[in-house]
Design a protein around this ligand. Structure first.
Ligand SMILES: [Zn+2]
Length: 328
């Protein structure tokens, strides 16, 4: 994928193009910004433009094809091994970068989730950043630049990437995927500015499964405990999707809150469940909805800390189905 094929990030691409055309590429870049917005695609497009015979990323030459197939001998990818990037990984990368390039004009090291470098790994990398060799380009990618050592950050040229706007994602979903307007609106709202999320595996979850999940959730009542426990068990079994499911619940209660405050209905996420939102709004108070949103935030924190999932879901659902004080 070359620069022209990337959606958005016009300013960042312009900066890189200018550096490339004036032969002023930095030795090291730090691309930072949220996950899934396209940092890695831009990094690969930069490498492609650097290696390509016509300097644009034609997509047809040997270099372009090898980059697309991830088998170019002069690009070295590095990502966390388990939870962290270890010192041996950095040393291996340094060894590779010290060799002369085999086919391209320089060697490239691409470090994904650079914030997960151990202190030892970061200090080892610092040596390369302090004494750059003429034929190596390093690109560090991270959603959390503040977690990197200041000494690393100050030696890289930073480039910030931002989330895509709701309107842009909605537009692309309608035009490229042919989604109907309501579906595109829902998917864009739930993807949180990430094309990766909007186009990826979450599509089915966000469009189809969302409706079923919300119907089950809003159908539960505090009066009968068994269905609550069964739904908690089901949610606990959905380990991989659970963070996204909690986001779906959050978006729903945010919709209820907006409706309670008579906000413009076009701002609501779940445009296809308006009746359901109205129904829940009638029985809830602002305080009760805020408590539910707080319960969802707490459940997220619990999951990150790896507590008992089943128990966390039971506590969550009991709070989500609690009667509003309006009835007390
Ligand atoms: Zn090419």
């Amino acid at each position: 994928m070359n620069f022209d094929q990337i959606l958005g990030h016009d300013r960042q691409i312009e900066i890189l193009r200018r550096a490339l055309n004036t032969d002023r590429l930095a030795h090291a870049y730090l691309f930072h910004g949220p996950d899934g917005v396209g940092k890695r695609l831009v990094a690969l497009a930069l490498v492609q433009a650097t290696f390509c015979i016509d300097g644009q990323g034609c997509g047809r030459c040997t270099a372009c094809k090898k980059i697309a197939h991830r088998n170019h001998p002069d690009i070295h990818f590095l990502e966390p091994d388990g939870n962290s990037i270890k010192i041996e990984q950095i040393r291996n990368l340094q060894r590779e970068l010290n060799f002369r390039p085999l086919e391209a004009s320089c060697k490239v090291g691409l470090i994904d989730h650079a914030e997960r470098m151990t202190v030892g790994a970061a200090n080892a990398l610092l040596k390369t950043l302090e004494e750059p060799t003429g034929n190596a380009l390093l690109i560090l990618l991270t959603p959390q630049p503040q977690r990197l050592l200041e000494t690393i950050r100050s030696r890289c040229q930073p480039l910030q990437f931002t989330r895509h706007t709701h309107a842009r994602i909605k537009d692309v979903l309608e035009q490229k995927l042919g989604l109907a307007e309501t579906e595109a609106h829902i998917l864009a709202a739930l993807s949180d500015g990430s094309f990766k999320k909007a186009f990826g595996k979450d599509k089915e979850l966000y469009l189809e499964k969302r409706r079923d999940l919300l119907k089950t959730l809003t159908g539960l009542s505090s009066g009968s405990i068994l269905p609550v426990l069964e739904f908690a068990e089901y949610l606990a079994s959905e380990k991989a999707d659970l963070p996204d499911i909690l986001e779906i619940f959050q978006a729903f209660f945010r919709d209820v809150l907006l409706m309670l405050h008579h906000q413009d209905e076009s701002r609501l996420v779940n445009q296809d469940l308006m009746d359901r939102i109205r129904q829940v709004t009638r029985r809830e108070s602002t305080t009760a909805v805020l408590d539910k949103l707080e319960a969802l935030a707490a459940a997220n924190t619990h999951l990150e800390r790896n507590v008992n999932r089943q128990l966390a879901m039971e506590v969550l659902l009991l709070r989500l189905t609690a009667d509003s004080e309006r009835h007390i």
